[in-house]
Design a protein around this ligand. Sequence first.
Ligand code: CU
Ligand code: CU
Length: 345
Amino acid sequence: MRKLWDNKVSRRKLLGGAAATGAALPVLHEVVPHRDLHGGTSAAQAAVEHHRQAHRGSGHLGAMGRVDARANGFDPHVIVRDFDEGTLRGGVREWDIVAQDREIEVAPGVKYAAWAYNGRVPGPTLRARQGERLRINFTNGSNHPHTIHFHGIHRDVMDGVPGVGAGNIAAGESTVYEFDAEPFGLHLYHCHSTPLAEHIAKGLYGAFIIDPEDGRPDADELVMVMNGFDTNFDRTNEVYAVNTVAFAYMDKPIRVKRGELVRIYLVNLLEFDFVNSFHIHANFFDYYPTGTRLEPRDFTDTVIQGQGERGILELRFPYTGKYMFHAHVSEFAELGWMGFFEVVD
Ligand code: CU
Ligand code: CU
């Protein structure tokens, strides 16, 4: 264990060195040796430690045990293909969104006191078409003030930040955000109350897709929100995932058809770590950063995203079989961010 922790500290020191040499990096948070924080004997700490040890250097791939999707109230295998188009009322596309305090299980035995939009982490994948009028009825059912801040082009009073427009929405209060769906692409929404990193890291975020006026070619569409969980409040993540549950797609791969166009809406909502990445094995994909242009920028097998960055991946699998995908930040992969596609005929 000691050696692994030392490696981690070195990694952060290395990043610190980059900042000191003038690279445009934000101020690093304090380097905290984790072993000092794992002295607690709570069941949660024990589960986290078990999770870390199980996935570090043991060669074991996948979760020890299962996360109960029914207890969580959401299932990563449903979320991955779940797009919420809201309701059209009088020419306006409308959603009702409620923020709630909710305990969720992010890895077997690892509980996390999340804040969730509509009971799930990530929140619903909101989907609209370019130019539509959108209305979001937001109710704060949590015990803390929250907002919804949407990425996109709109007036300041609809931006969901404290101090402008409705600003912070207090516990039990409601507000309405209304704006046009611009520009087309893949965006995100998240709480913007302070402290900002915590309000995001607690789970108040989701993908926000604006389809181009003429749509995109037919495809098997997937949404992958890359996230992580700081289970001991040291501003470092102990669990990493796509769509919240560590190793969910290792235990049960995402099934796709050979030769069919697969489109992945990939969003990075990870806090506390500067970058995240997506890597596909034995294949390449077209990459459309932010999805705001209809021509791909890259044809590659690995893409790096900073915080809040997102992009659309398009690929076809030429062969049947099991193909791994994971963060090419190996540490994240070992702590939950890896999975399989199962390609069938
Ligand atoms: Cu919040
Ligand atoms: Cu943002």
